[in-house]
Design a protein. Structure first.
Length: 443
């Protein structure tokens, strides 16, 4: 898996991702301390509002940013967004009012909503080999999981010698480092084949996404992942400190078990995906998450919670990590940023549904009923994914082009306006063809 780091451009982009992630992790710790300084015992409400603002920015800004992304070279766009994030982070130490936190968090997350899909859409363009791209996806998953462990430890170490306000400086430095690494490489910037209006560009990614059966299946899996994983990400502190009466360190250890399970699965995924179809792997991961969610109803001790949280992490990684392969397979190079932006917005919309359900239902009806509700949503979502995503899902498909005139360049080699190639929804292919049980009986 580490062999992919021999690719210079990817190595620099991966390093940029890691540095930015660590900086963001430091900001997460510092933001909690800043909220407590400004709001005292109401800090939880402040952070909850900030989280909602983050998700709303992700859902609303990503498609808008994708509409403008094709007008700018990707490298320039990524560097500018890193510098915007750096500027916002540098302002956070000077915050004196809660509303200022909300404004800055929106700006920070809006920049991230533009940066992340563009960054993710660039990786398959620089790693055309699918195995290398799969390794890159697994490394990215490991980086996210490592950040959740390393950043709090680094923050704790730094706080012994500096004020928490200085952690925001570390965040700003991380974004500067990311910008410098992005500037050090040349990135592809595929141009659109024809000009489109802003409104068309804003909705194009969603239309392409929802017209593709495997991506509709991916959306159902995203909902299953959000529903099941929110049990861990929202209610771990309630289980550990509220129900079991254990200290904060026990909460951190439980989340570390979740991250460890995810990392272990990420290292094994490239070999698993060599042997099994993406659909089977992702449904397996979503199934593991769903079973874990139902088992969480029975959690009665911390000793039982830790291994279950580790299994949650395995299911989370297996269900989520291969999604980039589907997005790459289902889009052209010029449409890839728009499709990645659609996935970014839609997947975070799933979290925007799951987070409040986990929190409010858990608080009002109890952890068991909350877990049962979320497990039920996950189970229904897995069933939807199984039904929506065809089991027979080849890349190359026979299809007709009765809408194109004779002699059209796209019909070269076609027989009676019928041919076969790697099929994606684009300007020449507006709807998914009927997929037969075998390629020999296409109709």
């Amino acid at each position: 898996m580490l062999a992919v780091l021999q690719h210079r451009t990817y190595r620099h982009l991966f390093s940029a991702q890691v540095i930015a992630l660590i900086g963001t992790g430091l900001a997460t710790v510092a933001l909690g301390l800043l909220a407590y300084q400004l709001a005292g015992h109401h800090a939880g409400a402040v952070l909850g509002t900030a989280l909602a603002i983050k998700m709303l920015a992700y859902v609303g800004v990503a498609p808008l940013a994708a509409a403008f992304a094709e007008r700018f070279p990707r490298r320039n766009m990524l560097v500018i967004l890193d510098l915007v994030r750096c500027g916002v982070a540098a302002c956070l130490p000077f915050v004196t009012e809660v509303w200022e936190i909300y404004v800055l968090i929106f700006l920070l997350q809006a920049a991230s909503a533009a940066f992340t899909p563009t960054f993710q859409a660039t990786i398959p363009d620089i790693l055309p080999d699918e195995r290398h791209y799969t390794d890159a996806l697994s490394l990215s998953r490991v980086a996210y999981d490592m950040e959740s462990v390393v950043s709090p430890l680094l923050a704790a170490l730094l706080l012994t010698v500096i004020s928490f306000h200085m952690l925001f400086v570390g965040t700003a430095i991380g974004f500067i480092g990311s910008a410098l690494l992005v500037m050090s490489v040349t990135l592809p910037s595929p141009k659109p084949s024809k000009p489109r209006s802003i409104a068309t560009r804003m909705t194009r990614g969603m239309k392409l996404y929802l017209a593709t059966p495997r991506l509709r299946g991916l959306l159902a899996i995203d909902l299953a992942v959000a529903a099941a994983s929110s049990i861990v990400l929202v209610n771990t502190v309630i289980y550990v400190q509220g129900q079991f009466g254990l200290p904060q360190s026990a909460t951190a250890l439980a989340l570390a078990f979740f991250g460890a399970g995810s990392m272990v699965a990420a290292f094994g995924l490239p070999r698993l995906l060599d042997r099994l179809h993406d659909r089977n792997v992702m449904l397996l991961g979503a199934g593991v998450l769903t079973i874990s969610a139902f088992l969480s109803v029975t959690v009665s001790s911390y000793t039982w919670l830790l291994p279950l949280w580790c299994v949650f992490g395995v299911g989370y990684s297996v269900a989520q990590t291969p999604s980039g392969r589907l997005l790459r397979r289902s889009s052209t190079a010029e449409d890839r940023p728009a499709v990645f932006a659609a996935q970014f917005a839609l997947s975070h919309a799933c979290w925007l549904i799951a987070y409040p359900l986990a929190g409010f239902v858990g608080a009002s009806l109890g952890l068991e009923k909350s877990a049962l509700l979320l497990a039920g949503i996950a189970a229904l979502s897995v069933l939807m994914a199984w039904r929506i995503w065809p089991a027979y899902d080849p890349i190359d498909l026979f299809h007709d082009h009765n809408d194109l005139p004779e002699g059209h360049a796209h019909l070269q080699g076609a027989h009676n306006k019928r041919h076969k190639h790697a099929f994606v929804i684009d300007d020449l292919h507006h709807s998914w063809p009927t997929i037969p049980s075998s390629e020999g009986h296409c109709h």
